[in-house]
Each structure stands twice: as structure tokens, then as C-alpha cells.
Design a protein around this ligand. Structure first.
Ligand SMILES: *Cc1c(COP(=O)(O)O)cnc(C)c1O
Length: 468
């Protein structure tokens, strides 16, 4: 055995203590450490011949890397829709690596069964009917990809083409959606459907939600074509929801596949005030929901829910002499893109076991209230302008200045990042340069939002001083 490996084996306890000390340091200061960091490009070092050992590597990490990463697990990070990681989820995630199970579905481990159990619990969170088959994938992008792959197989069946065998050459289909997430369009490219086969249906005036009359008009005019409708439950700019009830009612009249991208919006199910936004979700053929956003588990975690398990098996069947037959087995490698796969469900299982439905509902409701509070502060300020009412947990606003531009917003947000009290990401909303605040961290409450607002005000004053 290599000497460094031998040493680690002898000093495993000591190494674990060192990691624990580092974790302590991080959690002790999680409220204070700047959420975003400016980082210069580094010069790459070469691979060492014999290694420096794990202890020295950890010391190097502490010294040179730990202080230059985003504190995105903390309560002051409002960029993208990031979420943090609950203590239970972090513990679960550590155990994933310690036990390093291959959760692809072999008969030597309970790991795949825990994935099924986690899916079962999550269906109760979202109020999904039993017909949905579910599994874990790496993120909502991959979940959209899997759903559309199955939708594509369905579209083939409508045209007597087995896409899994014959490919997409003769296939004709249209994708209709209003405010589709970029990952959806990317999936069209990855699946050989093509980005240009997306038809953008108009949104309602001053909204990101789809105009259902326009959608119906489209379906009526394209009756001869196979269509996949992608409904959006929680848009990234404003957290807007398509009317899922109206869209699913159209299924009575027209034949289409309904996919719902509810990456973070799915968690509206946990709030009495917001759960009406998801009415109709059970009519979907497939659903995307992220876990690494609002369930607050570490990255690499989302769910795909699908009512067409047979089609799923057609697309993803992975036959080999030493693997089981798809029609005979519940194995995940026949129902998703991966073969070997991480025990991805365990962090979600831990957080659901530890806090239950109410624990997670409290996070969602507190985050929504904090977002509302932020909107009230923005509206009362002469320096900022709210661009859309808060529907869920996202505040979309901009700088109230005649010179507001994409560059001004980017520069302003860099100043906010360097101020260290909060972190936001930019967007463009209805042609205007804008800022988004997504509240999705298990720690975040009103005080953090107030602190972030003070940072916005202070940096605005600093910026306008330097401009005049
Ligand atoms: C974040 C998001 C995605 C992509 O999710 P990843 O987990 O980053 O792959 C897709 N759709 C919506 C609505 C999202 O918010």
C-alpha cells in the first residue's frame, strides 16, 4: 500500500476530527461570512508524484480554498434559487460517501429501497397520486431531460415510430410553452428534438404565466401535429405559475403530453396560502422537482415523476447478461439515464425523517413571508423599483435610475457582493435589466432580508456618489 494511504488508514480518527473542526468553523460563522466572493483565476499546479497526504491537503484546502468559496449555504445568499442544506441533509450526505452504495438496483443493499421510500414520502409532500413513478436524478435539468425523453417516445408511438429503436429521423413534434426554463430548451437540443421546435406561446399581460386562450388556439391549429406542452410552475424571474387547472382541462379536448416544470414551485404545496397554485398537477404526464433548491439538501439532487413507466423503460432499458431484465425488475438503471449511481436519495430521506412535513412547511412559509417583506421594503424605497408582485419566494426589482442598464446592474451587484452582507444575481425581465432575490434557505428570515435591504440602500448611495 502506498505510504500516504497507509498513514491515512492509521490516522483516520485524527482526520475525521480535523474535518469536524473545519465544519465547526464554517457553521460558527455562517451568518457572517460574505455570501459571494470575488475570485481571480488561479495558476494550475501540476500533479505531484507521491502526494502530500490527506492532512496536508486538508490544511492546503483550509488555507487557500475555504476562504474563497461562496457561502451559498448561509442565510444571506439570494442568488439564483439556491437553497442551503439542513443539518440532517448534510449528515445524510456525509453518510452517502462513507457508505458509498451503488444505488442502481442490485440485490445486495437496501439503498435502492430507501430511494423508493424517499420518493413515496415526497409524493406526500407534493400531493401526487400513486400513478407517478419517481426517481432521483442530478438536478432539474436532468429531470426535464428524462421527462422529455419519455414524451418523445410517446410522440413516436402516436406516429407509429419506436424512437428508442429507430431514432428521431421521421419524428415530427412541437413543444409549446410560455416561459420555459433555459434547461428545457437545452434538453430539446440534447434529445435531438431541436431548440427550434419550441413554440413560444404568449404570456398574459404583465405576467410570465401562459395565456391559456393562446395555448388553446395553438393546439387547435396544430391538431394534426404531436404536441408536448410544458407548463411552468414557478418561473425563475418572478415565481409565476401557469394555470395548471386550465391547462390540464385542455387535455379533455386535445391530445398532448403535459410536462410540468415545478423545480422549486412544487414546494408551494407546503403552504396553505400558495398550494392552490398547484391545482391540476396530478393531470401531468411528467413532473420536474428539484431537491437541491427548496428541500435544502446538498447539490446533485432532483426528482423526476412520470406516469408512463413502460415508456420510461423503453427509453432507458439497459440490457446486459449480468443485469436484470427491465420488464422483470424495479432497478433504477432501466428507468433513468445512469447505470452506476450515487445514493442520492439519502440526504432527502434524512431531512424528511428529521423534520417531517411541518418542518419543511415552516421553511417554505417563512421564506415566502421574508420575500413579501423584502418587496414591501423595495416598494417603499425611492432607489429601487419592484417589477412584479411577489407570487411565492422571488422578488424581482431594479435600480430606480434613468441610467439603469445591464452593465449598471452587474456593476452594482459586484459592489453588493464585495460589501459582503448579501448576494444577488441579475436578470432581464420584460426587456429591463433587473435584480432577483430568491429566498430559499432554511435559515433565512425577516432580519436577513432587512440586512440585505440595508446593503442595497448603502451601496446605491455609494454608487450614485461615484457617478455624480
Ligand atoms: C433551477 C431550475 C431548473 C434547472 O435546475 P438545475 O437543478 O439547476 O438543473 C429548471 N427549471 C426551473 C424552473 C428551475 O428553477
Amino acid at each position: 500500500m502506498h505510504t500516504q494511504l497507509q498513514q491515512d488508514l492509521q490516522h483516520l480518527n485524527h482526520l475525521l476530527d480535523e474535518v469536524k473542526a473545519l465544519a465547526r468553523q464554517h457553521y460558527d460563522k455562517i451568518e457572517q461570512i460574505a455570501p459571494g466572493r470575488y475570485v481571480e483565476n488561479i495558476k494550475h499546479q501540476n500533479l505531484s508524484q507521491n502526494g502530500i497526504g490527506t492532512e496536508a491537503t486538508l490544511a492546503y484546502f483550509k488555507e487557500n480554498i475555504a476562504s474563497k468559496i461562496a457561502n451559498s449555504t448561509g442565510p444571506n445568499y439570494f442568488g439564483f434559487v439556491t437553497g442551503g442544506s439542513t443539518p440532517a441533509a448534510v449528515i445524510g450526505d456525509q453518510l452517502v460517501s462513507i457508505y458509498d452504495q451503488n444505488a442502481f438496483g442490485s440485490n445486495d443493499s437496501m439503498a435502492p429501497q430507501i430511494e423508493h421510500e424517499t420518493i413515496h414520502m415526497l409524493k406526500q409532500i407534493f400531493g401526487l397520486v400513486d400513478d407517478f413513478h419517481g426517481s432521483f436524478v442530478t438536478g432539474a435539468t436532468m429531470s426535464n431531460f428524462v421527462s422529455l425523453a419519455v414524451a418523445r417516445q410517446w410522440a413516436g408511438e402516436q406516429q407509429h415510430i419506436d424512437v428508442s429503436a429507430e431514432g428521431t429521423g421521421k419524428l415530427k413534434l412541437k413543444i409549446a410553452s410560455a416561459t420555459a426554463h433555459s434547461s428545457l430548451i437545452k434538453s430539446l437540443s440534447m434529445l435531438g428534438i431541436g431548440r427550434n421546435n419550441w413554440t413560444r406561446i404568449d404570456s398574459l399581460p404583465d405576467r410570465e404565466a401562459i395565456d391559456c386562450l393562446q395555448l388553446e388556439k395553438f393546439l387547435d391549429e396544430h391538431k394534426h401535429l404531436t404536441t408536448i406542452v410544458v407548463a411552468n410552475a414557478g418561473t425563475v424571474n418572478t415565481g409565476d405559475f401557469d394555470d395548471l387547472e386550465k391547462i390540464s382541462a385542455l387535455k379533455e379536448k386535445y391530445n398532448f403530453w403535459l410536462h410540468i416544470d415545478a423545480a422549486f414551485g412544487g414546494f408551494a404545496a407546503l403552504s396553505e396560502k400558495h398550494q392552490h397554485l398547484l391545482k391540476g398537477i396530478n393531470k401531468a404526464d411528467s413532473i420536474t422537482i428539484d431537491a437541491h433548491k427548496w428541500l435544502n439538501v446538498p447539490y446533485d439532487s432532483a426528482m423526476q415523476f412520470n406516469k408512463h413507466k413502460k415508456l420510461l423503460g423503453k427509453v432507458f432499458q439497459n440490457s446486459a447478461a449480468y443485469l436484470s431484465d427491465a420488464s422483470m425488475s424495479p432497478d433504477f438503471f432501466h428507468y433513468g439515464p445512469e447505470n452506476s449511481r450515487r445514493w442520492r436519495a439519502l440526504p432527502a430521506w434524512f431531512t424528511l425523517m428529521a423534520y417531517g412535513k411541518e418542518g419543511h412547511a415552516e421553511i417554505v412559509k417563512r421564506n415566502c413571508e421574508a420575500a413579501k417583506h423584502m418587496a414591501t421594503l423595495i416598494e417603499a424605497s425611492e432607489h429601487f423599483k419592484l417589477l412584479a408582485p411577489v407570487q411565492l419566494n422571488i422578488v424581482c426589482f431594479t435600480i430606480n435610475h434613468a441610467a439603469t442598464s445591464n452593465k449598471m446592474v452587474t456593476d452594482f451587484l459586484a459592489m453588493i457582493r464585495d460589501d459582503g452582507r448579501a448576494f444577488f444575481t441579475p436578470t432581464v425581465y420584460q426587456g429591463k435589466a433587473a435584480i432577483r432575490a430568491a429566498v430559499s434557505n432554511w435559515m433565512t428570515h425577516k432580519d436577513h432580508v432587512e440586512k440585505a435591504f440595508h446593503a442595497l440602500e448603502d451601496v446605491y448611495k455609494k454608487m450614485s456618489k461615484s457617478m455624480s
